[in-house]
Design a protein around this ligand. Structure first.
Ligand code: ATP
Length: 805
């Protein structure tokens, strides 16, 4: 705390800034209102202000320019209004708490010290010169996060600025009142961070501007690497840093980067709602938020239905020791691997020589262009041209071929039949169209006459211009054209490629696979994998693990579809994506930089990718020189006791450093049955609520187990319970029951692990899922087991938890 005199000075300054803010807001309000009204008026009277006259070319031109002028005026007013409104909103956001930090910085050679107050946006004195508050994203403010008092420097576009930081101070201000002031020495005040972290969890993520830590700041401000990989322990602030980074990028590049040029891939739709308020809170528009599944569905179109990752994980978690289960697991691992990526590239090369599969074009129950003709045509092209380009050539050829066939088709008998069924209106329409062409006929007529005179030859039969005949020809053309339209459309959409057949062909058997892919080995149980894959495809469905490789192959054959608008791609929970998925994202967004945040300790999917290991495919994606790697090891979410317990569940969890915030040890309760567990849990939930914890989660392993827990707790009279499934669109505060994989990325005041018994978490592959579930807890962690404890708990030192009998 600071002395009384300093305190009074700070309060006086705060009052002064608040007054100035109020004055500026009052000044802006009528201005913004005025501009809004003007813009509204202009829009309403738009057409009154322009004289529309198109009688002559000059009139037309004049009208055109008058519209343009009016448009420019309107957009200028709208722009000014938006700008003023933005300023007005920013100042209003500052009003309750104008700043949270201050540094006094004396730049080398200047001989005086500047007081730099830092808040969520800038506020400049009306003379336009003095900054009363600096936006936290300004270069000078970076020192607040990066340095302790003493020698300090910051980076500017003009180079490094060095000097001495003489003071570093933190404020807690509410509604214009100073609540706390801390002078800090080392990192950003543990005291303030303590307070922030001690609060309850929310249905919505919070911003961390006031307490960003140095290593998080490095993530936020990294602006050099094409690929930024962040490997961080559970609760180390990866998602928080990512969102602050978006806000930073939008600020730094505000002239050229818009929020919709940034896309964030989230683990599930519910997570989207969890993080959706952070950027608006910081005064920025939200980036695009999506899930990989959405992209898969768009890419695959309506023809094939991909399984979602949650169904896949449910299957993986199902307790089975059958051969089919083994094969599927082997298949999942293989289909996510770099080896399979290599195999598909090899396969595309092989297809360049033979084996392409086409779907013949059929028309009225006959083969118009059979698949064999396409194949012959395709392989007649120069083999040096890559497959996708040859497909483009084939497409052009097919369209031409269709034109020829269409013309021939006009003489077919069925066309005559169709003509007989046409009604008067169709004929009338054809007649009208012909009359529109009259000018052409008249010209043709004159041309013929001149030809006749010049060459002294007699005119051709009058019937050349016989309307009746032309009318029928036109109708024939129209009838056939109409029927050929879908054929042309499907050629334009490359539907003549049998992608499903191509993918299925790869799973024909071991020898064929090795020959086509150029690989030298296949995983165990390959025949079973092949059979499962083909069977699924036969139902026009795709396993989740097949969906991205399938799209990848499709693109190797058809050419890549790209989105060049997007400049930044963020992937949260990055460990859950396969190397295929990264490859896919890289190709889809060729002009984007990528930020991947993840934790291999929470890799719950079989296709997980190690983020930072020596041979990480993620580092290879853009190459080592274009990739930066940042590790976060300090965990902020959970109390020291919970982190101490959870980190021991991981083989190399020791490196995780808890933030020094204390609470009760995790509490273990062994029961005789799940029913008894439910009774205990109901009582514990009630007690936790009494203690003031508003956000409580009962975490089960699977969806089925969640439903069971939900019913059991309801039967115990547990109030306001909510069951969360993969369809639940938004997070709400309360007591939630959910499967562990849906709790990814979010946090709760208290977590109750529904059944931490050996029967539930017995397999080594379930370790990370168990760890993920435990690390969702901020303040309290309670575990129950109907029967023997899971081996992961049995292996722990008993000092890490309290046990209840
Ligand atoms: N610098 C910070 N100041 C205040 N709170 C922080 C800070 N860093 C992280 N936190 C808090 O820690 C909690 C965990 O943060 P976050 O969810 O971003 O972590 P994560 O690394 O994405 O976790 P997980 O991998 O478990 O999903 C959040 O409540 C967040 O507000």
């Amino acid at each position: 705390m600071i002395n009384e005199q300093d305190w009074n000075q700070e309060q006086a300054r705060l009052d002064e800034v608040t007054e100035k803010l109020r004055a500026r807001i009052a000044e802006l309000e009528p201005e913004a209102d005025g501009l809004r009204n003007q813009a509204g008026d202009l829009r309403k009277r738009f057409w009154e202000e322009v004289t529309v006259n198109t009688a002559t070319d000059e009139d037309f031109e004049e009208t055109f320019y008058s519209i343009k002028q009016q448009e420019a005026l309107l957009s200028e007013r709208e722009r000014s209004y938006r700008l003023r409104f933005q300023q007005w909103k920013g100042l209003n956001r500052l009003l309750p708490s104008p700043y949270f930090g201050r540094i006094d910085f004396s730049e080398d050679g200047l001989g005086f010290s500047e007081q730099v107050y830092i808040g969520v946006s800038s506020f400049v004195e009306s003379d336009g010169l003095q900054f009363l508050v600096y936006d936290w994203r300004t270069p000078i403010a970076s020192m607040y996060y990066d340095h302790s008092p003493g020698p300090a420097f910051y980076d500017t576009p003009g180079g490094l600025v060095s000097g001495t930081m003489e003071l570093k101070r933190q404020y807690q201000i509410r509604d214009g009142r100073l609540l706390n002031v801390f002078d800090t020495s080392l990192t950003i005040g543990d005291e303030l961070l303590q307070q922030v972290l001690g609060h309850g969890a929310d249905a919505q993520m919070k911003t961390i501007v006031a307490t960003i830590q140095k290593e998080q700041n490095a993530i936020i401000r990294d602006d050099k690497s094409r690929m930024l990989i962040v490997q961080g322990a559970a609760g180390s602030g990866k998602t928080s840093a990512a969102l602050q980074r978006v806000a930073y990028l939008l600020y730094k590049h505000r002239e050229r980067l818009k929020a919709d040029q940034i896309v964030l891939f989230s683990p599930n739709p519910m997570f989207n709602s969890y993080v959706s308020t952070v950027l608006p809170e910081l005064g920025e528009e939200n980036m695009q938020q999506t899930t990989f599944q959405e992209y898969l569905e768009i890419g695959l179109g309506a023809g094939l239905r991909p399984e979602d990752p949650f169904d896949q994980i449910e299957y993986v978690l199902s307790d089975s020791s059958s051969r089919a289960y083994e094969a599927r697991l082997k298949g999942i691992a293989y289909k996510a691997s770099a080896a399979f990526l290599h195999a598909l590239r090899g396969y595309a090369g092989w297809l360049g020589r033979s084996g392409m599969r086409f779907l013949g074009i059929r028309f009225r129950d006959r083969d118009l262009i059979p698949a064999e003709r396409m194949e012959a045509q395709f392989y007649a092209y120069d083999a040096a041209i890559n497959v996708a380009n040859r497909i483009a050539m084939l497409q052009e050829w097919l369209l031409k071929e269709l034109s020829v066939l269409e013309r021939e088709e006009r003489e077919a008998l069925w066309v005559q039949d169709e003509l007989d069924y046409l009604d008067k209106d169709d004929y009338a329409a054809a007649f009208r169209e012909l009359h529109q062409d009259r000018g052409v006929f008249d010209f043709a007529e004159r041309y013929e006459q001149v030809q006749e005179r010049l060459q002294g030859r007699s005119r051709r039969d009058e019937s050349d211009f016989d309307y009746a005949e032309r009318e029928e020809a036109l109708l024939r053309k129209q009838v056939v054209q109409e029927q050929f339209k879908p054929l042309r459309r499907s050629v334009k959409r490359l539907r003549f490629i049998d992608t499903t057949g191509l993918y299925a062909q790869l799973f024909g058997g071991r020898e064929a696979y090795l020959a086509m892919s150029g690989e030298t080995k296949v995983p165990a149980l390959w025949d079973d994998i092949c059979e499962q894959t083909r069977e699924k495809l036969g139902k026009l469905e795709l396993f989740y693990e097949d969906a991205t490789p399938y799209l990848y192959l499709k693109e190797l054959v058809e050419g890549v579809r790209t989105n060049t608008e997007i400049r930044h791609v963020f992937v949260d929970e990055g460990q859950d994506y396969s190397v295929f998925q990264y490859e896919f994202l890289k190709r889809l967004f060729p002009r984007a930089r990528m930020t991947v945040l993840g934790d291999f300790g929470q890799a719950i999917f079989t296709q997980a990718t190690e983020l930072h290991g020596a041979d990480s495919p993620l580092i290879r994606l853009y190459g080592e020189s274009d990739t930066s790697l940042i590790r976060l090891v300090r965990s902020y979410r959970s109390t020291r006791e919970i982190v101490a317990f959870a980190r021991e569940l991981l083989p190399d969890g020791r490196e995780i450093v808890p933030f020094e915030r204390s609470g009760p040890k995790p509490r273990l309760a062994k029961t005789a049955s799940r029913q008894q567990s439910a009774a205990r849990m109901a009582a514990d939930v009630a007690a936790l609520r009494d203690e003031g914890y508003a956000s409580i989660a009962v975490i089960a392993k699977t969806a089925a187990e969640s439903a069971e827990a939900y019913e059991a707790l309801r039967a115990q009279g547990c109030p306001s319970l909510r069951l969360v499934t993969k369809e639940t669109p938004t997070f709400e505060k309360g007591t939630l029951v959910l499967p562990a994989y849906l709790a990814k990325g979010v946090e709760f005041d208290a977590v109750l692990i529904y059944d931490a018994s050996e029967a539930t978490y017995g397999r080594e592959s379930e370790r990370k899922l168990f760890y993920t579930a435990c690390t969702r807890a901020m303040h309290r962690l309670l575990l129950y087991a109907a029967g023997e404890w899971t081996p992961f708990v049995r292996a722990l030192d008993t000092s890490l938890y309290d046990e209840r009998s």
